[in-house]
Structures are given as structure tokens and as C-alpha cells.
Design a protein around this ligand. Structure first.
Ligand code: GAR
Length: 202
């Protein structure tokens, strides 16, 4: 069984879905640890409740990214636990060189929009304001360009006239819980190849 780690900054509902899908056998992986940049993250509490190692690593001085010395601590923690695949699930930091290099092609992220539309933050509000009729979520490989790596899988949801950003986010989230497991299974199986930007199943 391959080892995964989840990096999460907040509430951790995607983490919860991953834990439950491992427990019910849908997700074929071992969750080696959950790491957070926020010591009060609900995600850490969820991990502890399921006897999964919960690790807080002080994010240091910067708000949106980790300085290399700090990011190296994340790398070390992942290596110490023989992690094969890193899954960002609401981890609100831009990933930079030390981690990208140490886990090249082995970091996934879930994003609550149909990329390449609406990268960045507050994207459910942006999708509503733009007036799109469908939005959704994307699981992609993490590369140096933010929210722009090769796409493993996506799911679409309807945007309804009386949606608020919160209602839309909730509808998207239910699909996130489902497709993250699907994407992790694909990547861990190794049955894919990447051609240009395309992730093609083999
Ligand atoms: C999810 O909607 C995830 O797609 C999003 O944060 C939320 C975390 O929820 N991630 C991003 O916006 C990354 N830029 P969760 O903590 O309940 O899993």
C-alpha cells in the first residue's frame, strides 16, 4: 500500500472524505500523516480522532508561501514518513522549490472551480459574479505555476439563479469529496501518462 500525506490549513472536509474512503476501502492508500500550517486547524483534530498522526509545522514569516528553510521542514517530515504522494486539501500556501523538487510529479491539489477558469481564491464568488452556468472542481498536479498543473480529473455542477457563494461552494464540495479519491486512486495506480498538459489513463 502506498503512503499519502494530506496537507490542510483549515476545516478539513476533504481530509475527512479521504479518511472515510480509506476506511471503507474505496481509496487504496495508507494515510501516513496530516500536516498543517495552522495549529488550530480542524483538520488536525479530525486526524487525531482517527488515530492518524497530526503534525503542525510553524509556517514562519510569510503569509502566502513558506520560506525555503521552513518548506524544507515539510519535506523532511514527508520523507521521514516515506510519503509517496502529497495531497493538498485546502492548504492555503503556494508551493515552492524545495517541496516541488523533492516530490516532483507527486503533489496533487484540489481546487473549487473548473480550471483554467477561476484560479486563485474566493473562486465561488468570482464564478457567480461572472455569470457562468456551470462550475465545479479540479484535481491537478502541482507545478510552479499556481493552479495550472496537468489535470487529473474534474467534475461540473450547475450554478443556479438563487445561489450564494456559500451554497455554490457546498454543492461543489460534495463533488470534491468524490473526485479527490478518484484522482488519488488513478495516480497511485500509476496507470496514466502525461503528454504535454494532458493526463491520459493507460
Ligand atoms: C476546498 O473547497 C478546496 O477545494 C479549497 O479549499 C476548500 C477546503 O475545504 N482549496 C482551495 O481553494 C485551494 N486554493 P476543506 O478544508 O473542508 O477540505
Amino acid at each position: 500500500m502506498k503512503n499519502i500525506a494530506v496537507l490542510a490549513s483549515g476545516r478539513g472536509t476533504n481530509l475527512q472524505a479521504i479518511i472515510e474512503n480509506i476506511e471503507n476501502g474505496t481509496l487504496k492508500a495508507n494515510l501516513a500523516c496530516v500536516i498543517s500550517d495552522n495549529k488550530d486547524a480542524k483538520a488536525l483534530e479530525r486526524a487525531r480522532q482517527h488515530n492518524i498522526e497530526a503534525v503542525y509545522i510553524d509556517p514562519g514569516p510569510k503569509k502566502t508561501w513558506l520560506i525555503p528553510e521552513v518548506e524544507q521542514k515539510y519535506v523532511q517530515a514527508l520523507k521521514d514518513r516515506n510519503v509517496d504522494l502529497v495531497c493538498l486539501a485546502g492548504f492555503m500556501r503556494i508551493i515552492k522549490t524545495p517541496l516541488l523538487e523533492a516530490f516532483k510529479g507527486r503533489i496533487l491539489n484540489i481546487h473549487p472551480a473548473l480550471l483554467p477558469s477561476f484560479p486563485g481564491l474566493d473562486v465561488q464568488r468570482k464564478a457567480l459574479e461572472y455569470g457562468v452556468k456551470f462550475s465545479g472542481c479540479t484535481v491537478h498536479f502541482v507545478t510552479a505555476d499556481v493552479d495550472a498543473g496537468p489535470i487529473v480529473t474534474q467534475a461540473a455542477v450547475r450554478v443556479l439563479d438563487d445561489d450564494t457563494p456559500e451554497i455554490l461552494a457546498e454543492r461543489i464540495l460534495k463533488e470534491e469529496w468524490r473526485i479527490y479519491t478518484e484522482a488519488i486512486n488513478i495516480v497511485l495506480s500509476g496507470k496514466y501518462r502525461i503528454e504535454g498538459r494532458r493526463v491520459i489513463r493507460t
